[in-house]
Design a protein around this ligand. Structure first.
Ligand code: HEC
Ligand code: HEC
Ligand code: HEC
Ligand code: HEC
Ligand code: HEC
Ligand code: HEC
Length: 300
């Protein structure tokens, strides 16, 4: 019997069994918490912690690799990891400090597309314009690197188009919540995410997974729509996919006008529906009153 249970016996004299049960429950819950925090330590959306879940790592697309293949020898200056003098050595935001050029040797196409894309441009702007400030930006304003969208430890290969698409809608949505909400509200989002329709468009079908083009340019937007709507003409690009003005620069007058128009029409439609429904319910109510009145009169 250890000191802990002896202590318990002192607190609960004559209730040894109760003490032991309590001890057992505490140990079990502590163990479960341990398992949970290790499990929750790194999630595919880039949340990071110290622990690598070896079971999930082994089942991932990179599961046969050695740690060193991606991490090198983990040296910084003269200091080497692991370091018993400084347990916090290398404990920084891993997404920011990891050298993602290492991914290039095996994934050159994805890597070069990323470099040409909107996110890499935003990242280098954040790093060169205001290196000190960029660290303090809120998470959703930091331009993403590979690690924000992919979990290098737990990524799975050969997922279906719908599985990848659904996962990415929530990844993109962590930083572009207004665009994700409006997308889920319109035809493509409902069909692709809710119904799992593999022909409908996910975020990346329109924007490109690594290029992430903004599509504000109408010619670019039309070319994108045409991939799935071959009959589309110039007018098609007037369709508002993201019915929101969040993050929209002041000079985007046309889009602001469209969103305002949609809002006005939505309110008018709501009023119309209320009036129509109100009229018919009112009409039926008066009708019932009249029937009742007739019946009561005949009874007399
Ligand atoms: C030594 C080569 C190598 C390195 C380095 C490497 N990968 Fe991979 N990666 C692979 C292989 C092999 C696969 C499995 C491909 C398959 O199953 O078809 C893979 C799969 C993937 C997938 C899933 C692809 C799919 O099929 O959907 C992603 C995403 C990925 N890697 C991202 C990364 C990132 C990010 C890095 C850098 C941190 C990285 N990889 C570093 C070789 C590598
Ligand atoms: C903004 C999010 C985002 C970032 C940043 C990002 N990716 Fe991807 N990546 C995706 C999406 C989404 C897919 C799924 C494929 C698709 O939809 O075409 C993907 C697919 C992949 C694949 C599988 C490609 C294939 O054709 O099977 C690899 C490998 C990959 N990414 C590596 C990387 C590497 C390396 C980086 C960093 C240089 C990176 N990604 C940065 C979103 C991202
Ligand atoms: C395919 C490349 C790859 C392999 C293999 C790999 N890692 Fe990583 N690791 C990364 C990347 C990239 C990061 C930075 C965070 C991110 O992008 O997910 C990282 C981050 C980490 C971190 C920092 C904790 C965190 O996530 O914040 C630890 C610890 C770590 N890895 C340990 C390991 C161990 C242990 C192994 C071997 C079992 C291993 N890694 C294998 C690519 C890899
Ligand atoms: C970690 C946060 C983060 C994630 C995850 C992320 N983005 Fe971004 N995204 C940004 C930032 C920051 C910018 C730059 C915004 C700016 O320059 O105003 C940006 C820019 C963009 C742009 C260009 C907007 C413009 O005005 O030029 C598009 C399109 C875009 N992202 C789409 C996506 C898609 C699609 C995904 C998911 C595959 C995604 N983003 C994932 C943070 C993120
Ligand atoms: C059917 C095609 C389509 C899909 C699917 C789509 N978008 Fe867009 N997106 C557009 C078009 C077109 C624009 C440019 C016009 C506009 O701003 O509405 C745009 C603009 C954007 C912008 C730039 C907004 C700005 O003002 O800077 C971001 C960021 C963005 N989308 C993110 C997303 C995300 C995240 C998803 C998935 C949740 C998504 N998009 C799905 C077509 C699409
Ligand atoms: C990955 C394929 C894909 C892309 C890219 C795509 N769509 Fe669609 N879209 C679909 C599918 C599938 C449907 C439902 C079938 C249909 O009616 O054509 C649909 C339906 C629609 C609808 C409503 C149904 C209808 O036809 O009246 C509109 C509006 C629409 N898309 C607009 C756009 C616009 C605007 C773009 C470009 C910014 C675009 N789509 C890009 C696949 C796509």
């Amino acid at each position: 019997m250890n000191a802990f249970t002896v202590g318990l016996k002192k607190w609960f004299p004559g209730q040894k069994r109760f003490g032991l049960t309590l001890f057992f429950c505490l140990t079990l819950s502590m163990a479960l918490m341990g398992v949970q925090s290790a499990e929750a330590a790194i999630t595919p959306d880039g949340q990071t912690g110290w622990f690598v879940n070896m079971g999930r790592f082994a089942a991932s697309a990179h599961g046969t690799f050695s740690c060193e293949q991606c991490h090198g020898n983990m040296k910084q200056g003269q200091t080497m990891h692991p370091n018993t003098d400084n347990p916090f050595f290398l404990k920084e935001d891993a997404n920011r400090q990891y050298d993602y050029r290492r991914c290039k040797s095996c994934h050159n196409p994805s890597y070069s597309q990323y470099l040409e894309g909107a996110h890499a441009k935003a990242l280098s702007k954040q790093r060169t314009d205001s290196p000190a400030e960029s660290g303090k930006l809120p998470e959703h304003k930091k331009a993403p690197t590979c690690g924000n969208c992919h979990s290098s430890h737990y990524v799975k290969g050969h997922l279906s188009r719908v599985e990848i698409g659904r996962g990415m809608v929530s990844v993109c949505g962590t930083c572009h919540p207004a665009q994700a909400a409006t997308y889920l509200d319109n035809y493509h989002g409902k069909a692709a995410v809710n119904l799992g329709d593999k022909n409908a468009a996910f975020c990346t079908d329109c924007h490109g997974a690594h290029h992430c083009r903004s599509l504000k340019n109408k010619t670019e937007a039309l070319a994108t729509c045409k991939r799935c709507h071959p009959e589309a003409t110039e007018g098609f690009t007037q369709v508002v996919i993201h019915n929101t003005t969040q993050d929209l620069p002041e000079n985007e007058k046309q889009k602001r006008a469209h969103v305002a128009l949609i809002q006005v029409v939505t309110v008018l439609m709501a009023i119309l529906v209320i009036l129509v429904v109100g009229f018919f319910y009112g009409h039926s109510f008066v009708w019932i009153l009249r029937e009742l009145h007739e019946k009561l009169r005949k009874h007399k």
